[in-house]
Unconditional design. Structure first.
Length: 84
């Protein structure tokens, strides 16, 4: 039995969300005229954020893709056990 997924609702705001994230990362990195230390710290923070997003996407990919996984693995992905 397949579930109905309403991901197509996200298609309307997804480009704007991506633009907002990229613009915020640009603000964190800083302007081109900023000092080298400021841009290095901003780049490190922005890189850390992007790396965290990629790691979390990799961790939850099996759930997002709807793959069949063992119950123990599924339970490990459920961080808020009040909803289970």
């Amino acid at each position: 039995m397949s579930r109905t997924k309403f991901y197509y609702y996200a298609l309307e705001y997804e480009p704007f969300m991506i633009l907002c994230i990229v613009l915020c990362l640009g603000l964190i990195i800083g302007p081109a005229a900023a000092s080298l230390l400021r841009r290095a710290i901003g780049s490190a923070l922005a890189g850390t954020y992007v790396l965290a997003v990629l790691i979390l996407f990799w961790y939850f990919y099996s759930i997002l893709a709807g793959r069949i996984i063992p119950y123990t693995s599924w339970l490990a992905h459920m961080w808020y056990h009040g909803w289970i």
